[in-house]
Structures are given as C-alpha cells and as structure tokens.
Design a protein around this ligand. Structure first.
Ligand code: OAD
Length: 250
C-alpha cells in the first residue's frame, strides 16, 4: 500500500489535469452511512420505494420519513480528513475539480471551490406541481414534510431521484472534466449507478489514468482502474497529501 501511495503522489505531481469523482464512501467517516454497504441506507429503505421520483409523486409523505433522517444526518455532519485533503490539493493547484455524487455539501464545507454536484444537493425545496421553491437552509424538523406556500403540495429537495435527469450543467461540466483529465481519482464509490459510473470509463477511453481509493474492490477494479489503494478515504488521502508535500518541498 505504501508503494501505491508513493506512486500516486508522483502521478499527481506530474499530471497537468487531475480530478476526483467521489461517492458516499468519502463521507462515511463523517458519520453518514453509504448506500450499499451492510447497514447502508438501501438496506433499510428500498430505493425504488423511497428514492424514485414516481414514489415521491405517489406518496411524498412516506419518502419524507427517509428524507427526515437524511436531513438530520447531513445537518450535523462535518468534513473529515479526506474532504480536507482534496481541498488542500486543489489549493496547491494539484486538483482541478471534484465531481461528487454526494448531496451533503461536505466538499464545499472543507474548502473545495470547484465542486460539480452530479446528483444535486439539499440546498433547495421545490414544488413539483407549480415550481415554487424555498431554501432548505432554515428547514426545521417540526416543518417536515414542508409544503408549498402556493399550492400546498409537499416539497421535494433538489437532489436527483431515480428516474430524474442529471442537472444539465453538472452533466456537461462533468463530461468535459472526464474527457480532459490526465488523472482521475475515484474515491468511495461502488460505481454502479449510471450515468456517473460512465465517467471513469470515459476518462480511461481518453487516455487518463484512473486510480481508485476505496475500502474494497469495485466493478472498476482490474477492468477500468489502473490500481486500487484499498483503505479508508479519511486515512489514505491524508497520507497521499503528505507524500505529495514531501516531494514538492524536498
Ligand atoms: P455506495 O454505497 O454504492 O458505495 C460506497 C462505496 O464506498 C463502497 O464501495 C464502499 O465499500 C466504499 N466505502 C465505504 N466506506 C468507505 C471509506 N471510509 N473509505 C473509502 N471507501 C469507503 O455509494 P455511491 O457509489 O456513492 O444516488 O452510490 C452512488 C449513488 O447511488 C448515490 O449517489 C445515490 C445512490 O442511490 C441517488 O440516490 C441518485
């Protein structure tokens, strides 16, 4: 593992355009469970019942049972050393963008500036009936599920549900980054949800190196990624940053 960390540090220093694609695994050490690990969100809530746009339209009150829990987790979560390491790489000019599938805002809280939120965020609450929206910043637990001030319909957070399109700007920017990068770090994602899972494939097909940092092998391992650094993102990324700094300063 040490050898791979050193190898990646060298590759980060020699790459002219490096990006990261992150998933729920990067926020696990901030106390937010991922989706597909044992005990993850989808082991307790069937995604087709709780995270599909048709389910929300059919029974928004039921979906809000899960959303309530998600809001509670996210509002109290803080960035962990993995988020901070990426923010520092960016400020050193060594990381050009983070594409995240996460909706927790922790990359921005850690100081990352160029963050592409592929699956939306929890910033807004939107009415699917009339388009009215309000900020989610001041949403209180007693108000859940929040309703539209105009038509009374239950509001939906501005996160992407299954069956909904990826926000077009995020999709275009992410595609540009995947095509342009020389090095892509794929961190804490099982890479099974499309179209996000296409991004490492696109990067690879354009000649980029793809390196995974994950607690376990994924569908990309040995197929798309050049190598996997197996471990917790909150431990591995600070080690990589340390190696990068050592080489830069020395
Ligand atoms: P998953 O739960 O599918 O995958 C998380 C990955 O992170 C797994 O491979 C874990 O082994 C790994 N992992 C867990 N803890 C880790 C840690 N501390 N350090 C490193 N790796 C760790 O989550 P995503 O791939 O993000 O979309 O899921 C993709 C999408 O599926 C989500 O954005 C969400 C979900 O349904 C929508 O809801 C549209």
């Amino acid at each position: 593992m040490r050898e791979l960390i050193e190898r990646l540090a060298e590759e980060i220093l020699s790459s002219k355009w490096t990006i990261a694609l992150t998933g729920a695994g990067i926020s696990v050490e901030s106390g937010i469970p991922d989706f597909r690990s044992p005990g993850g969100l989808w082991s307790r809530f069937d995604p087709m019942e709780y995270a599909h746009i048709d389910s929300f339209r059919r029974n928004p009150r039921k979906v809000w049972e899960m959303l309530k829990e998600v809001f509670r987790l996210i509002s109290s979560a803080l960035p962990n050393p993995a988020h901070y390491a990426l923010a520092e790489l960016e400020s050193m000019g060594l990381l050009q963008a983070v594409i995240t599938q996460n909706v927790d805002g922790l990359h921005q809280k850690a100081g990352s500036k160029v963050v592409i939120e592929y699956h939306g965020n929890h910033d807004w609450l939107v009415c699917l009936e009339c388009g009215w929206r309000r900020s989610a910043q001041d949403l209180k637990e007693e108000e859940m599920p929040p309703t539209c001030k105009v038509c009374g319909f239950i509001l939906k957070p501005s996160v992407v549900f299954f069956g909904e399109p990826i926000p077009w700007e995020a999709q275009i920017r992410a595609l540009e980054e995947a095509r342009r990068c020389e090095l892509m770090l794929v961190i804490g994602t099982s890479a099974v949800v499309y179209p996000a899972a296409d991004l490492p494939r696109i990067a690879k097909s354009k000649g980029a190196r793809v390196v995974e940092i994950n607690r376990e092998p994924t569908v990309l391992t040995g197929v798309i990624s050049d190598y996997l650094i197996e471990g917790k993102a909150g431990e591995v990324l600070p080690e990589i940053l340390k190696e990068v700094k050592k080489r830069k300063d020395g």
